[in-house]
Design a protein around this ligand. Structure first.
Ligand code: GLC
Length: 748
């Protein structure tokens, strides 16, 4: 049975082994060739440069140290053709003004293209990508990306610097929040879905925008989870873990990518010719555009890889970076490098061609005011439909980690509720990282969401109890008093969004001590606690937080956070999400991930085992494993079926029956894992290869069936993908732990 590529992409059935060739190419055109023929070297360098938009809101220049000038200077540079793209500005009026200037006040009238960091929504914010990945619902991700494109193109944006597809296995890294977590298969499915959502099938549709899978490559593997740190990595790890989400993004149609800050084995990604040219354009036949990350070319100097700006520009350009972001190095040095014969003009023309083709691919030469429609700006932003979608996505991203005694869902009239903690009625931290263009007036805090569910809103007491990282005078006493007077105690604790995202690595992924003390004090009242975590990464829970009978991972869910959490707390929505990242027992276990190797001395889990791969202080099992998540109903798996053998050229069909053995409808995420028992390279103890969300009414059953090919059983060795005959363990389960286990022998 031939499954369509789209079906494979949707169900997470992404084949890592096959090179997923890019789906679309850029169009050739005489108009572009004639333009290139008329451009001066300076004008070519200008098209290969981009800057933060200083003319439009938010107009906040990130990395202020590298900001280039001010509004007047930027307008002068526009007229002089010093840039081909601006980013992180919004607003139709400003876009139209600048586009008219580009068309009428520059020598060649080349239209500008406008980009922005629309990572999980523009004004209406959706859950952070990490949270949304927990839905294991690529269709949902496609819909929220589509929603983000609707709002972005309504404000004059043509191109988003998203999806962020970095696989992240170390939760100390703040940018875990922006990606899809620790697993490659899940990451591939979500990356492809987001590209499809942003781009649609017609790039000339003014409500669609270009995607930009980033950061190419292996940024998620920074040493010790410290942002911008070095990456030392084997080719096998690069190929099997970090590169496939880029391949899936290109296969889904992405036409741009962004080179990363980090080095790879001593060669910075932004000057890495093997990565940006030999692999990307050679082996993968990528025809799109490479834009550097912010001043990543200039940072080659700090890396000790370039002697000065001229050397950095030369090395970045010759490695394969088409467009330089924010450093201005291409304007400053490319023309002279060409005149000195150090950079071939043909290579410059090739990069300029890609920029012009990219602009042409979205119709800017025929319709330069594309996505600059004042009516759309009035009607397409923060619409009820988008807010409804944000609420749906939020509820589908919530992971019910623990629910002892079925404390949840709350009854319609649960008595007096004490909502305690710094995030009880906080609206400043519902969006998460990379939501600087959010419409803050539409954010829904927890208290508002919960009150909306109560027949008598006065039955909700909100007590802060502590600040995020500092105690509040009298805070704990007030919280304890509120807990004593309550029938239900909710603890809204965790991280602020400023503790998550870029340049926010943490040495300990814990609940800040001031909040931990608050929870300990409230727990001492003996009231049953329901913990509501606010976070952009996995956390190492301890003490009364860890021991609470009910624990809910609520991440940063975006504009509708309060309503989404309330929908789950009161059972309007039955939680269905699963962890996209493992929760360790201790921060010191990071990097921590489920698909690890066995080692030669695997610990059995028996306490204090001698001479085994384990820590003195803790066992190796996750506190809450990748793929874990509870429901208000219960599910059972049975009747695992698979053949005893599968030929290398065959299709391996594995099936099992899922039953809703509980009392309410619910959705389970059925997951298929493999383990190659013996191979010529050590293999992970488990690898997710398929997943599917299945919704069942109480008592209903469904046979879930997955088809694998040899490509799913391959690994990278000796510079190629190989599969070897031998036995494979196969699980169908509802988490990366347990499940129904069988085995199959791959025959030669
Ligand atoms: C930032 C980020 C990158 C972003 C770019 C433009 O430093 O690394 O993800 O797209 O700069 O804002």
């Amino acid at each position: 049975m031939q499954l369509s590529r789209r079906a494979l992409l949707r169900s997470g059935a992404i084949v890592a082994g096959l090179s997923l060739a890019p789906r679309v190419a850029l169009a050739q055109s005489d108009r572009i060739e004639s333009l290139i023929g008329r451009m001066t070297l300076a004008e070519k360098a200008g098209q290969l440069s981009c800057f933060s938009d200083l003319l439009r809101a938010p107009g906040i220049v990130f990395n202020p140290g590298a900001a280039s000038g001010n509004t007047a200077e930027q307008l002068a540079n526009l007229r002089a053709g010093k840039f081909g793209m601006l980013f992180n500005g919004t607003g139709v009026a400003g876009a139209r003004t600048m586009q008219r200037m580009a068309l009428e006040e520059t020598r060649l009238g080349i239209p500008l293209i406008f980009a922005a960091d629309v990572i999980h929504g523009l004004r209406t914010i959706f859950p952070i990508p990490l949270a949304e990945a927990g839905s294991f619902d690529p269709d949902l991700a496609e819909r929220t990306a589509r929603g983000a494109a609707l709002e972005s193109t309504a404000t004059g944006i043509h191109w988003t610097f998203a999806p962020m597809v970095d696989v992240a296995r170390d939760q100390r890294w703040g940018r875990v929040a922006e990606g899809s977590g620790e697993d490659t298969c899940l990451g591939q499915a979500m990356a492809a879905a987001r590209v499809r959502g942003f781009q649609g099938t017609d790039l000339r549709d003014p409500t669609r925008m270009l995607a930009c899978p980033k950061h190419f490559a292996a940024y998620g593997a920074v040493a010790a989870g410290m942002d911008y740190n070095s990456v030392d990595i084997s080719m096998e790890m690069l190929r099997e873990v970090h590169l496939p989400p880029f391949q899936s993004s290109f296969a889904a149609g992405a036409l741009t990518t962004m080179s990363a800050f980090n080095d790879i084995n001593g060669v910075p990604s932004t000057a890495n010719r093997w990565l940006l040219t030999d692999l990307l354009r050679g082996e993968w036949a990528f025809k799109g555009l490479v834009v550097s990350d912010w001043t990543a070319d200039e940072e080659l100097i700090a890396h000790g890889y370039a002697a000065d700006g001229r050397d950095a520009a030369k090395k970045a350009f010759l490695a394969g970076v088409d467009m330089s972001m924010s450093s201005n190095l291409y304007n400053l040095h490319l023309p002279a490098l060409v005149e000195a014969g150090e950079v071939p003009v043909a290579a410059v023309d090739a990069s300029v061609r890609r920029v012009l083709q990219l602009k042409d691919s979205i119709g800017l030469f025929d319709n330069p005011y594309r996505s600059m429609n004042a009516k759309a700006e009035r009607t397409q932003i923060a619409s009820p439909a988008l807010r409804k979608l944000s609420r749906e996505a939020g509820a589908k991203s919530i992971v019910l980690l623990r629910n002892d005694g079925a404390l949840l869902p709350l009854k319609a009239s649960p008595g007096r509720i004490a909502l305690i903690g710094p995030f009880g009625d906080d609206r400043d931290n519902v969006a998460g990282a990379w939501a600087f263009m959010a419409d803050k007036t539409i954010g829904v805090d927890l208290a508002t969401g919960i009150r909306a569910k109560l027949a008598n809103p006065k039955m909700l007491d909100v007590v802060k109890g502590s600040d995020v990282e500092a105690a509040l005078p009298g805070g704990i006493d007030a919280a304890v008093a509120a807990a004593r007077a309550a029938d239900v105690v909710l603890l809204a604790i965790g991280e602020t969004q400023a503790m998550s995202g870029e340049a926010q690595s943490r040495v300990a992924i814990v609940i800040p001590p001031a909040q931990q003390a608050l929870v300990e004090a409230v727990a001492a009242t003996g009231k049953p606690l329901i913990i509501l975590l606010r976070h952009g990464r996995a956390l190492a829970l301890s003490g009364a937080v860890k021991d609470a009978p009910a624990i809910v991972a609520t991440w940063f869910l975006g504009s509708e956070m309060g309503n989404a959490v309330a929908d789950v707390l009161f059972g309007t929505v039955n939680p269905s999400a699963k962890l996209p990242v493992s929760f360790p027992r201790e921060s010191g276990q990071e990097p921590y991930y489920y698909n690890h190797k066995t080692t030669g001395r695997p610990a059995s889990g028996t306490p204090n085992e001698e001479y085994k791969a384990r820590y003195r202080e803790t066992t190796n099992e996750a506190l809450y494993p990748f793929g874990h998540g509870l429901s208000y109903t219960s599910f059972a798996l049975s009747a695992l079926q698979m053949p005893a053998t599968v030929p290398a050229s065959g299709t391996l069909t594995v099936s099992a029956t899922l039953t809703n053995s509980g009392k309410v409808s619910g959705t389970e995420v059925v997951q298929l894992y493999i383990h190659d028992r013996v191979a010529s390279r050590t293999r992970p103890v488990r690898e997710l290869k398929r997943f599917e969300r299945v919704t069942l009414a109480p008592g209903a059953t469904k046979q879930v069936r997955f088809d694998l090919t040899t490509a799913d059983l391959q690994f990278w060795a000796d510079d190629k993908w190989i599969s070897e005959p031998g036995a494979f363990d196969i699980w169908i389960g509802t988490s990366s732990v347990g499940g129904l286990q069988g085995s199959v022998a791959l025959t030669a």
